[in-house]
Design a protein around this ligand. Structure first.
Ligand code: HAM
Length: 541
């Protein structure tokens, strides 16, 4: 037998019903971004390797060991082979596109958001994948457009707080820092190198390498054995120039004005080299505390300012700020916090009784779907029991479509949650299925046709809640009673109908009490007794 193929390590399939939560998150993000004036950008999934080396930085973990890179062969003598890379993040691609399409020439601030997969060859674990999804946004433009202003930083962060709140993420925490200008960082790097030199040999292997090549990255390290050394290192706040200090203070002031709570974290330098000034992350408490579902991967999102990035990529001066949310992590956090998943069950399952009813079932399903209902259609080859079982799993209600129903123009629908069964006309069906909750005393589904005002329940008998008696024609009454009594239409003779009709005239006369319903003189036909358990074999309660 052929071996079974599986998704590649660190990648996964997202399936329904979970994907409904992904859609809800994405729809909410789009709605929030649009309120803040962002438009969508879609950049390619792969770019030249050089783009990431120059922006994210050669010495970062991402570029030095996590990228999926390949030599793309030249296909013609005139072509050169080039090194390509699956994007590990999207900021570099957005800034490349900004430069390539001369978006700066508009003189306007560009507010762009994106949504899509990113690729990093990290060690997979819960909340960390090799293909993961980001929802991100960038605000970028010439300095004259106000792109450098601290109000942009605060606006982006406030938008994130609004988005997380709207999604129902609980207990988020905003950590914020300033990594200053590139000159500040050079001075700080020198100070770090100096402070690290005497303790370097005590650090883990990775941090020893970082201490040499890019000491700032030591601050990102989560290696537990190195934390006491890292905590004692100089703080970047002491190396900021006046302009960066003033900028950071203004960002914090604006956040306070918007009531966005923050925690300044001097170690938050972030793992990408393009950052200048503001950096931030939103975290949720690790799972031990409240079940965020994220464990150690508790950074929901990260972002910051990158005022020199455009120039690093050969573009014009274009200060910017942005962020990317780890959508996989956001979903895990929402699931752990038991966020409401959208209603999973379909509105109804149409069960044709017999193959001959299949076309009619499909045509009713079409009508109901056109009315906005979510419908599944069974198969007339299924036995009633099987239809009920299938329906109960995926739908809130079942509509039985037998020959009698079809001929009489009435359909029986059962609500699984309440066990209520009601009788509807074809026209009334969509409206009734749209009703969230059925109650025994529900007002009737009204229509100008008195017969269609009839709503009923059958099982163990048909129970009716109707004002319809007075205006029923014999023909209508026949069809109705046939269903009520479970008698084929042809067996209902005039005598029974006359009998019923005359009884209707008497006060509080109970007709068919054994069947559980009664008709009063006012014509109201109502429930005689509590709903009893469906005694038929198709009952699935
Ligand atoms: P980042 O911090 O590298 O920043 O990634 C942002 C978020 O992506 C992280 O906080 C995390 O939630 C998620 N993430 C990263 N790696 C993985 C992974 N392997 N599996 C699952 N989720 C992951 C950036 O990517 C920057 N481009 C953000 C930015 C935009 N800065 C300015 N503009």
């Amino acid at each position: 037998m052929a071996s079974v193929l599986k998704a590649v390590r660190g990648t996964r399939d997202l399936l329904p019903p979970e994907t409904a939560l992904w859609s809800r998150v994405e729809a909410t993000a789009r709605a929030v971004f649009s309120r803040y004036g962002f438009g969508e950008i879609r950049t390619p999934v792969f770019e030249t390797t050089d783009l990431f080396a120059r922006s994210v930085g050669e010495e970062t973990d991402i570029v030095s060991k996590e990228m999926y890179t390949w030599e793309d062969r030249a296909r013609a003598a005139s072509e050169k082979a080039q090194s390509l890379t699956l994007r590990p993040e999207n900021t570099a691609g957005v800034v490349r596109a900004y430069i390539e399409h001369k978006l700066g020439d508009t003189g306007m601030l560009q507010k762009l958001f994106y949504l899509g997969p990113q690729f990093r060859r990290e060690r997979p674990q819960r909340g960390r994948y090799r293909q993961f999804w980001q929802i991100g946004a960038e605000v970028i433009g010439p300095a004259s457009s106000g792109s450098e202003s601290p109000i942009r930083d605060a606006e982006v962060i406030e938008m994130l707080a609004a988005l997380l709140n709207e999604l129902g993420i609980q207990g988020w925490r905003l950590e914020i820092n300033s990594v200053g200008s590139s000159e500040d960082r050079q001075r700080y790097n020198a100070a770090l190198r100096e402070a690290l030199a005497p303790v370097k040999s005590q650090l883990c292997e990775d941090n020893q390498r970082r201490a040499e090549t890019n000491p700032l990255r030591v601050l990102d390290s989560k290696a537990p054995e190195d934390q006491h050394i890292i905590n004692a290192l100089p703080k970047i706040a002491d190396y900021l120039d006046e302009a960066s200090r003033v900028h950071f203070a203004a960002v914090l002031e604006a956040l306070t004005a918007c009531s966005v709570p923050y925690h300044v974290n001097h170690r938050l330098v972030r793992g990408l080299d393009y950052y200048t000034r503001t950096t931030f992350e939103f975290t949720v408490p690790p799972s031990e505390q409240d079940g965020s579902g994220l464990g150690t991967q508790n950074a929901l999102l990260g972002g910051g300012r990158y005022d020199g990035l455009s120039e690093m990529l050969g573009g014009p001066k274009a200060p910017g700020i942005g962020f990317a949310i780890g959508e996989d992590r956001l979903i895990l956090a929402l699931q752990a916090q038991a966020a409401e998943v959208p209603e999973k069950k379909l509105d109804a399952y149409i069960a044709p009784m017999g193959k001959a009813q299949n076309p009619a079932a499909l045509s009713i399903a079409k009508e109901l779907r056109a009315a906005g209902l979510r419908i599944e259609v069974g198969d007339g080859a299924f036995r009633l029991k099987k239809s009920f079982e299938a329906a109960d799993k995926i739908a809130r209600r079942i509509v039985i479509l037998g020959e009698d129903e079809f001929k009489s123009g009435f359909y029986i629908a059962k609500d699984f949650a309440t066990s209520l069964q009601r009788l509807f006309t074809r026209e009334g069906l969509a409206k009734a299925l749209k009703q969230k909750n059925w109650q025994i005393n529900d007002p009737l589904i009204r229509s100008s046709d008195p017969l269609k005002q009839t709503v009923g329940l059958r099982m163990p008998a048909l129970m009716l809640l109707a004002d319809a008696k007075s205006a029923l024609s014999n023909e209508e009454l026949r069809a109705f009673l046939a269903l009520a009594l479970g008698t084929p239409l042809r067996d209902l003779d005039q005598e029974i109908i006359d009998n019923m009709t005359s009884q209707l005239a008497k006060e509080n006369l109970v007709i068919g009490s054994n069947l559980g319903w009664q008709i009063t003189a006012s014509g109201r036909i109502h429930l005689q007794s509590e709903m009893r358990k469906d005694e038929t074999s198709e009952n699935t309660d």
